[in-house]
Write a protein that binds this ligand. Sequence first.
Ligand code: ZN
Length: 244
Amino acid sequence: MSSTPVNPLKLLALAVCLCVLSCIFFTGGAEVAETVYFLPKDNVDIAKNPDRDYLIVGFSQPIPEEYIEALQPDLVYLPNYVDGDTMAVEKAAYLAFTRLQWDLRNKYGINVALYDGYRTVADQQWLIESGLATYTTGQPGYSEHHTGLLLDIIVEVGEYYYSELAVLTDESVPEEVKSSTAFNTLHEILPDYGFIIRYPKGKESYTGIAYNPSEIRFVGSKEVAHAIMDNNLCLEEYISTLTP
Ligand SMILES: [Zn+2]
């Protein structure tokens, strides 16, 4: 290797840590969602209705325990790309992700991988207790990872996989990685597979979370995803436009 070798494990660990740590709770905004919203799986009639399925998790209230128990996401288990440990993703989200992954590889030559998805309340508690997550996308019970629909992704650029957040925030990431267009391509095609960037730039006052392009959220259909991404909305804004 001619250039300075970069330890891939270090990078991957960094990607994970940054994902967790970057989920910084923004306190400046007054419009942070204070409600738990639900998005039905059939995508026909999206409404603020706790009897329905999927959801935005607000920051001022956790997912109701009975929801977690009663609507345990239908999970698919797979090895985490980073360390091979078992991780889980909600089934429909996983199927959509595999289509995205396949097309990215075969049409664009880009490899994308998953390193986190579903987390139990205990998982989230562990992240916090282990010091990985002092300020996170959620205290236990408040994290959208509890839905299994929020996926943390990494993209192969050159020799290694990177979270886009690491690329944006870590100065030690090589310039050729920072200038890669792989992430742009990913952003462009995400909605075609029903995914959005969950914490977009400039929407911190709504989401309560710092910009984090490494966290993608399955919203059930490409129509919903396009309605959000094409109009530069975040999920909170989109849902607020719908008639209850
Ligand atoms: Zn995450």
